[in-house]
Design a protein around this ligand. Structure first.
Ligand SMILES: Nc1nc2c(c(=O)[nH]1)N[C@H]1C(S)=C(S)[C@@H](COP(=O)(O)OP(=O)(O)OC[C@H]3O[C@@H](n4cnc5c(=O)[nH]c(N)nc54)[C@H](O)[C@@H]3O)O[C@H]1N2
Ligand SMILES: Nc1nc2c(c(=O)[nH]1)N[C@H]1C(S)=C(S)[C@@H](COP(=O)(O)OP(=O)(O)OC[C@H]3O[C@@H](n4cnc5c(=O)[nH]c(N)nc54)[C@H](O)[C@@H]3O)O[C@H]1N2
Ligand code: SF4
Ligand SMILES: [Mo]
Length: 699
């Protein structure tokens, strides 16, 4: 006998609904798109289709590990608690660092217990994948609007012009813009007469689909965007619809960045800049959107700010078809204090705190450098910084010097192999799902809770694992953790009356409470199967914390001095790339997803290859300040001359890992080459694009 269960796919930001067929042993034997999900309507990609294979992966841990050997849960929790408390007692709270990886942004456990764990320890050493990803977006929203979470998304389904920089949703399925079937939505935009312009050093599949592809020198976005701002002012094309501060300052700053002045730097002809500026100003409505390419570079925050500023200048912020603020069903009011960064600084490099975090680019030196506040223990939750962070090799070496390490992770991989205790969450079928983080960035207002599709037996859920860790560190009974949060939240909302309607304390009850307190007054049960809450509505007044939009925040204006003095590197520069069948570092263990075109090759322009005497399949040594790797060359004219590309998340040949399929398709880690000493100064974000490298044919 088989049965059917429905749930949200947890693997990327597109939040597609899945229809699972399970056998008598609760094994997933078939996966399809959930046709009845009102948002994804049956869309699914190859990763979602391999959900069953991932769920049943024999290399996933079924029991905790203590120093490499299988242990019972009680023993593992005690070992974790004992080890962490010993570090805190000996060296103080800051000696324990936490790293939250990308899957914790998808999980209920990461979203609801991550901050409790940080507070429970009381450490300043909090790190996450956010500083290898979207931190510039938070800083831009924080300083322009007052709330770092007020990130506007492109209203894809109603835009008639989309200027997209540094994103490749045909492979990634989109980011900070949750849109199931992003590719279909782009095709639909063009079918209704809209235009798509893609700015990318590579002619990606997304660029192939576009009306215009603008190849741009990596890292040059801020210059390019400034020249568009310049043109809007010069040609009288601005059209403000909101009250703003800083308009004149922005005009002044843009003065020197004429299209002629920037074309040598960006490689984009002045005429193309003018055409794009005019199209953007004329389109009704239009939107500018940037993602990984514009965030993970030396001027990530400036580029992100200029994107946000362009949406304001062209009258497209908070307007249907423009850049809009989703209204999440679980959102709980707006922030009151204006935003600032640098409330504390990292110990070794003095880097400012941003959103309560320190940059992952400084993690290794905080572990290595002796003195008061040195990191002696690390907790990772769903993260693999050895492969995902800049100069990850250095992090790998640093982890060997820790006195204690705990990982909440289903796999023993390049990072978790260093852990003294590994606490594996149950498979996704056994895990409830609600996208606390991602449902705030959807292109339609939408909510969906997925109950577990199968019973997890006596394994603790990931939420219970996290609550137990909080308990070990605070001395609280883990069962009290949820009740405490419920009580304080209800009290703050003045809704103590609601307690009687809620269930016993648990992660699910907390979600139910958040939904009931939210703007639609839903219950958790009402969102099972997915609920469409309509197209995005203008709501700037609800999200704006500052009195007016600040078009030219002072820290940004100051950073323009750095831009003025800088030039993108000469010689070869490295950029990243994603493949539809990869997911950062952790899905190369699924046989159906690796191989074919999903390989770790060095793409370079055929003219460069010829100059270097390199043919397809030849081995090329790539060297940067941080390290060197050898990779097979793949000449390909989609990539600009002078630019080479390696995908991230590979490099599975390290000893001590337990991912057998990945080891057979090891590849090399691009983050052996990326440089932890280079960051986007304003956000602390890692620089993965525009990394200077030397190339050499081997043999
Ligand atoms: N299949 C798959 N899907 C994923 C992931 C995955 O690993 N695989 N990861 C998920 C995650 S965590 C995220 S954050 C999202 C990211 O989603 P996207 O932002 O769409 O990520 P990428 O596909 O890396 O696209 C970045 C693009 O930026 C270009 N680029 C590089 N440097 C520059 C530059 O200096 N300027 C400009 N303008 N462009 C540049 C690259 O060539 C690339 O095409 O994807 C998510 N979805
Ligand atoms: N060069 C370069 N580097 C990059 C990028 C790039 O474009 N170029 N992209 C960056 C981006 S956008 C991101 S988000 C980061 C990602 O950086 P990380 O989050 O550090 O890395 P991931 O590869 O996503 O690792 C996910 C880990 O979570 C585990 N895991 C999977 N599911 C679960 C779960 O349900 N619960 C728990 N507890 N663990 C789980 C996996 O086994 C794995 O160990 O990488 C960044 N690194
Ligand atoms: S697009 Fe993302 S959410 Fe949708 S099925 Fe694929 S991996 Fe899952
Ligand atoms: Mo990411």
């Amino acid at each position: 006998m088989t049965r059917t269960a429905f749930r949200t796919c947890p693997l990327c930001e597109a939040v597609c609904g899945l229809e699972l067929t399970l056998d008598d042993d609760d094994k997933v034997i078939k996966v399809r798109g959930d046709k009845n999900d009102p948002f994804s309507k049956g869309f699914i990609c190859p990763k979602g289709a391999s959900f069953g294979r991932l769920d049943n992966d024999p290399d996933k841990l079924a029991a905790p590990l203590v120093r490499g050997g299988e242990a019972g849960w009680e023993e593992a929790f005690e070992a974790a608690g004992h080890g962490l408390r010993r570090i805190i007692d000996t060296y103080g709270k800051d000696a324990v660092a936490i790293y939250l990886g990308n899957p914790s942004a998808h999980s209920v456990a990461g979203s609801l217990y991550g901050s409790l764990l940080i507070k429970g320890i009381g450490t300043k050493n909090f790190y996450s994948a956010s500083t290898a990803d979207q931190m510039p977006k938070h800083v831009s929203a924080g300083y322009m609007l007052g709330d770092p979470l007020a990130i506007a998304v492109p209203d894809l389904d109603r835009a008639s012009y989309l200027l997209m920089l540094g994103a490749n949703p045909l492979e990634s399925n989109g980011s900070l813009c949750s849109a199931p079937d992003f590719p279909g939505r782009l095709k639909e935009l063009r079918r209704r007469g809209g235009r798509l312009v893609v700015v990318d050093p590579r002619r990606t599949r997304t660029a192939e689909l576009a009306d215009r592809h603008v190849p741009l020198r990596p890292g040059a976005d801020a210059w390019f965007l400034f020249s568009i701002v310049h043109t809007l002012f010069a040609e009288g094309l601005t059209r403000l619809r909101h009250e703003v501060d800083g308009l004149e300052q922005l005009r002044e700053l843009a003065g020197e960045f004429s299209p002629e002045a920037t074309e040598q730097i960006t490689g984009v002809p002045a005429q193309a800049v003018r055409e794009i500026a005019r199209e953007l100003a004329a389109a009704e409505p239009a939107v500018v959107y940037g993602r990984i390419g514009t965030c993970t570079q030396e001027f990530g925050t400036l580029a992100t700010w200029l994107i946000d500023a362009l949406n304001v200048l062209t009258g497209n912020l908070d307007r249907p078809g423009g850049a809009m603020f989703p209204k999440a069903a679980h959102s709980v009011g707006r922030r009151s204090r204006p935003y600032r960064t640098g409330r504390w600084h990292s110990r070794v490099r003095g880097l400012p705190e941003v959103n309560g975090e320190l940059p992952v680019a400084t993690l290794a030196e905080e572990i290595e450098t002796e003195g008061e506040g040195q990191i002696k223990a690390l907790i990772t939750v769903g993260g693999n910084p050895v492969l995902s962070a800049p100069n990850g090799d250095r992090i790998g070496r640093a982890l060997e010097n820790l006195e204690f390490m705990v990982s909440v992770d289903p796999y023993v991989n390049e990072t978790t192999r260093h852990a003294d205790v590994v606490l594996p969450p149950p498979p996704h079928t056994r895990t409830p799902h609600y996208d606390v983080a991602l449902l705030a960035f959807t292109v339609r207002n939408y909510a969906r809770y997925s109950p577990p599709a199968a019973d997890r037996g006596d394994r603790p859920s990931e939420s219970e694992i996290m609550a137990r860790l909080v308990g070990e560190l605070t001395g609280a009974d883990p069962r009290d953790v949820d009740e405490f949060v419920i009580q304080t939240t209800l009290k703050k909302a003045g809704r103590e009356d609601l307690r009687a309607e809620l269930g016993p304390p648990s992660a699910e009850t907390r979600l139910d409470m958040m939904l009931r307190l939210g703007p639609y007054g839903l219950t958790l049960a009402e969102t099972v199967g997915g609920i469409d809450l309509g197209p995005l509505q203008p709501r700037l007044a609800e999200v704006l914390v500052l009195e007016r939009i600040d078009l030219c925040p002072e820290p940004f204006a100051k950073d323009v001095e750095r831009l003025r003095a800088a030039r993108p590197a000469d010689g070869f520069v490295l950029i990243g790339r994603r493949h539809l069948r990869s997911n950062n570092s952790w899905m190369h263990n699924i046989p159906e997803l690796v191989g074919g075109s999903n390989t770790c090759t060095l793409r370079l322009n055929p003219a460069d290859a010829e100059r270097l005497g390199v043919g397809a399949g030849d081995t090329v040594r790539v060297t940067s300040r941080a390290g060197e790797v050898e990779a097979q060359a793949e000449p390909n004219d989609e990539i600009m001359p002078g630019v080479v590309s390696l995908p991230h998340g590979w490099g599975h040949s390290r000893p001590g890992t337990r991912t057998r399929v990945a080891a057979e398709h090891a590849g090399v880690s691009v983050n052996t080459l990326t440089d932890e000493q280079e960051i986007d100064v304003l956000s602390g974000n890692a620089v993965f694009n525009g990394v200077p490298v030397r190339l050499e044919r081997v043999g």
